[in-house]
Design a protein around this ligand. Sequence first.
Ligand code: PHE
Length: 443
Amino acid sequence: MGNSFSSKIGVLLAAAGSAVGLGSIWKFPYTVGENGGGAFIILYIVCSLIFGLPLVMNEFLIGKLSGKSAYGAYRTLSGTGRWQWLSWMNLLSVLAILSFYFVVTGWCFYYMAEAATNSFAGMDAKALEAHFTAFEGKALLMIVYAVIGIVLTASVLWFDVNKGIERLSKILMPLLFLILIFMAIHMIFLDGGTTGLKYLFEPDFSKITSKVILQAMGLSFFTLSVGVGALITYGGYMPQDQNVRGTSLQMIVLVLIVSLLAGMIVFPAVFAYGFSPQEGPELTFVTLPAVFQHMFAPTVTSTAFFALMCVAAITSTISMMEVMVAFFCEATAETKRPLNRHHSVIVVSLILILANILSVLSMTGHANWLSVMGMNLFDSANACVNNILMPIGALGAALFTGWFVPKTRYQGSRVASFIYLVILRWIVPIGIAIIFLDSLNII
Ligand code: PHE
């Protein structure tokens, strides 16, 4: 069969690959650290179970029942074009995410190459900070590395799903777990790592505000790849006998394990060597390389860590870029100039190269006119996706299934249970609406 997954484990690994990305390995640890440790983790888990699980199942189901990606799925299941705007929003969301995600993926590739060639040897935190700041100013270098990520992703999507995405996921996901386990074992032998674990897990409920709850929900959606049509697209390639509920649950558990492991790798090391945890990019690209210099086998350890980031990032970019590729194929199918998969991959790659060039230029200050709401493109895309596009994409998909899709289309599907419908009809929309309005200070 051409464009579908050929095995159930292939679907699970590809979906887990989409979910486990820079979100789990990079964003999760520092967001948890900043927002009350264990208390935030509890919030994150609650959001993932109450909102995340039904939404993941919902997207898989929309894809599986229609056999299409977002563009065709909303049309096929509703029988009208009125829900089409949701697929356009999905397209916009992945474009926005990929315009900064490939930039960071490029950083990971660059740092992996540097780590492997032992370039960090002898550098302390100050030197590494200067190194990172200098790197952040080099627009051309960053563009080159972002384009490497785009070309690698495109070369996987060039093949049909079972030969490209599925085959690669079956290699990369076990590799990701191997590296994680290697890093985790490494950290167990550190003296003084418990302070790091305390920082990560000790609950501080005083830090929980509505903004923090919104952040937990945003992080949960982002790490579960929900609300942008990626899981609809993978659902469209699922074998008919795949169990949607089981796959969704397994995927969420895998994401949780990886996110917690990532935190348990990062913080003990940071504290064991007397560093203080920093927020955002600095934690990964300055503090950690500095910490690794003090550890056993620094070259191997830092290369392994950045390889982990690269593997996690690429399996996620693959799923997001596939949303765009499938969109263009389906949207042009009935026009005079239908795009086949190869054409679509080329068009999407060119769009993404342009978007990433703009994003880098606005970040390095070479194009200050490219700012939105006082932020450069990189930051505004990030904020807009987390706070607006993903919640609305997820809300729209929930309302679509809960209220609109004729029930007959869901008959025979084991997930279409009463509880599931109640959650999609009421709990998810009300929850998202309250958190959303509250964060905008409207209520
Ligand atoms: N889940 C990915 C991560 O955590 C990002 C992603 C979002 C991937 C949406 C696909 C769709 O990094």
